[in-house]
Design a protein around this ligand. Sequence first.
Ligand code: PLP
Length: 400
Amino acid sequence: MSTTIISERINNLSESATLKMTKLGRELAAKGVDVISLSVGEPDFNTPSYVKEAAKKALDDNFTRYSPVPGYPELRKAIVEKLKAENNLDYDVSQIVVSTGAKQSLSNAILTTINPGDEVIIPTPYWVSYSEMVTLAEGKSVFINSTIESDFKITPEELEAAITPKTKLFMFSSPCNPTGSVYNKAELEALAKVFEKHPEIYIISDEIYEHINFVDKHESIAQFPSIKDRVILINGFSKAYAMTGWRLGYLAASKEIAAANDKLQGQTTSGTCSIAQRAGIAAYEGGLETVLKMKEAFARRRELVYNLLKEIPGVKTNLPEGAFYFFPDISSFFGKKDPAGNVIKDSADLALYLLNEGHIATVGGDSFGNNNYIRLSYAAADDKLVEALKRMKAALAELI
Ligand SMILES: Cc1ncc(COP(=O)(O)O)c(C=O)c1O
């Protein structure tokens, strides 16, 4: 008989590595250590004031009761208009389901499509929660490995080779967390051609970083009519509008999938926070001005970190095209010893060493499915980034 009340489902679930490193960093900081956090995945900006004003007004106007489960019609309409204006994608309001963050939309999408044993193809490196969500739904993650040499992108041939009769979903983010890689239109079209040959496979396209793209305009895999009905597009307000704490995201999908998500949400969380939803309407109605300002700051920091990272012996990096992360190869340090004589065996050891010795919080690549790397977020002030990279260089030089 089991000795714990906790279900196997939860016992078998991994703790989120990014949240764990953030927690360890905070604990060290609470002891008075000056820790610089490069572990969090959130903009260091405040929510735009016009969005905050809309939330205050929502309270005064008594938007304090249950909302419809898939979100207020006005918000879903604003999302439809955004998808048309910014992405040239046609959706009906009935195809939009608003949730408590893109994270819930992703989890809902998996729970509504995956039966036990179904396979979900995930290119690595991937966002920490993808495979755990698949496990919760009793599906099986099938990974396609990619490395820095291909800018962490997969080819149509690799996709084709991973497909089996059990494949139900393909799931990816572009721009990608943790690598910052961005698939261009031609690359997406090549993947779409593979899906054309496999009409039973659905695609979860996580586009939460769409506005943090330094090379081109955002391209969605939902733009290809032959597969659009099978794309479950995920997006939200956290990254574009610095609204991580508001917990507001959504999915856009076929009517069948949207209705199933509505049903699931109706039995679990109900509609997300009424005030956050009213703020979301204001965010989309307010346009992209603040988003573009944030992007400018991220572009500057990307250059800064890139130039500093390139100078660190033993670290191999590319120049990511989007999001606000670097994912450098640090495997040359494996097998080396720190000044206390401990051997650095893997990326988790290196991240812990950098935290304890260099006082910078990063996240080991093993939790993103690629152990040879670590993830650095550059959603931090410029002077903090300069200091963090200086510390990283000094701490790594101590490894022999
Ligand atoms: C790739 C990716 N998808 C989804 C999310 C979740 O976003 P939200 O805050 O809307 O739940 C994140 C947050 O870090 C992310 O990096």
